[in-house]
Design a protein around this ligand. Sequence first.
Ligand code: UDP
Length: 381
Amino acid sequence: MNHTKIVLVGAGLSCAIIGNKLAQAGYKVTVFESRNHIAGNCYTERDSQTDVLVHTYGPHIFHTDDKEVWDFVNDLTEFKPYTNRVKTTSQGAVYSLPINLHTINQFFGKSFTPNEAQDFIESVADSSIKEPQTFEEQAMRFIGKDLYEAFFKGYTLKQWGIHPSNLPASILKRLPVRFNYDDNYFAHKYQGMPANGYNEIVEKLLDHENIEVILNKEFKRDMADNFDHVFFSGPLDSYFDYELGRLRYRTLDFVKEIHQGDYQGTAVMNYGDENVPYTRITEHKHFSPWEEHDNSVVYKEYSRQCEDGDIPYYPVKFNSGNELFEKYVQLANAQNKVSFVGRLGTYQYLDMDVTIRKALNAAEHALKALSAGLPLPAFFE
Ligand code: UDP
């Protein structure tokens, strides 16, 4: 047994992975979790009324190109094949996302072939924009005004609370435009859904004799004195009691409804119109198409600025958001025994596979440094 005392704050994917690797190497670790459950935002639970498996903190679909990460999660729980196919409602009609040949043909009332569609989109796009900087320029350059206004302008305003002309092009670049009928939302090699939800992944990682998990326990900075090292996966600014001000986030409100039968026929329906107040509706039973349920749980999803006490979801890192973050990075670097990890600790929007990859790398780095008696960095590469 190694006598170095390690504390991990937050029982989500990041700390579960780092904690597991350290525990396996003989370190005694304590995990503090402020919620009454593990698994962070990928927590899933059965709804008591309908027995539907619900993604409590919003839809989580696993997709990755990283074979090692895919094997890692498959070793921990059973994954079933699942392909994310998103629909969107705009001006009373339903279309397929990401924009593909079906979307284009339906939207413009055409029957274009792939080449014809490409020529047509090029003719309606604004080719005078050479190097798009903003979300809006990226949209005008690659899909043109009509598709942009139908599917992206209103949705993005609702999602970010910022006009697309003030958002970076990188946000839209997450989504492809396809000139074939491929309506798979993700272009990754591996995609699936855990048969019984995500919790088992985190449960198994934390199930080790060297790991103690304490739920309902808020971590305070002065508690660090009792440990040799802290891995902190809570919000970076919260560690410093927001002393420089609050990092900006969007939070989400999920308004839950129970319906009989099939509510919308698919898992995710986006709403492109600005005057529909929610961004999307998630119908959870469609995330487990191998199950049968008479009734259904839907979440209407509303996005707004994150205030004190809200759950932070999307970092708003654009414009001046990044400057405050850089100041917190300086504060973090001045600590000598805290490493900030995960989505909130590093103030980054991370998909689950990237979170796992980063945590695996951090654990490897940490183990090497600890065994060599070297200090751990505030942030891992
Ligand atoms: N987006 C949109 N309409 C849609 C879906 C996405 O305008 O129907 C925009 C929105 O600004 C979003 C971005 O495209 O933040 C990236 O989409 P993605 O599905 O990756 O969103 P996220 O996973 O960030 O919610």
